[in-house]
Design a protein around this ligand. Structure first.
Ligand code: THU
Length: 138
């Protein structure tokens, strides 16, 4: 499936909308993310914080989980929105989780400013662990 400009626009819009549902009373830093699956569907997520801070779920991992729970296994692109002057690229944990389903996914970061972050996941997480030598996942 080809990543067209209108698709990327839709993905970004879904991420922006999802940020409105962020639960972030501790950081007050709302994040929205959206993933595009191989089937052309878009799944969104927001960060969900917790009184036990370390249990916080980032927007990207939430969006990936939505896609996987709906039966998808391949992620082509991820968009991340933060209402900040410049974009926020995904954290290391999220890069690893995206790699599981999209080792070459296109990752976009955008914000309220004009700057757009765009990189393929294999640049954001080079030498990601692979499953060679292990039985294939179900
Ligand atoms: N956060 C995300 O959801 N995604 C990112 O890429 C960066 C950080 C969240 C985690 C926490 O709820 C808040 O932003 C502040 O770090």
């Amino acid at each position: 499936m080809q990543l067209t400009d209108p698709l990327v626009q839709n993905l970004k819009e879904a991420a922006r909308r999802a940020s409105l549902n962020a639960y972030c009373p501790y950081s007050r830093f709302p994040v929205g993310a959206a993933v595009l699956t191989e089937s052309g569907e878009i799944y969104a997520g927001a960060n969900v914080e917790n009184a036990s801070y370390g249990l916080t779920l980032c927007a990207e991992r939430n969006a990936v989980a939505q896609a996987i729970a709906a039966g998808n296994r391949q992620i082509l692109a991820v968009a991340v929105f933060t209402p900040t002057p410049s974009p926020t690229p995904p954290c290391g944990a999220c890069r690893q989780v995206i790699a599981e389903f999209g080792s070459q996914a296109d990752v976009f970061g955008f914000s309220n400013g004009p700057e757009v972050f765009h990189a393929r996941l294999d640049r954001l997480l080079p030498e990601a662990p692979r499953h060679e030598g292990m039985p294939p996942p179900p």
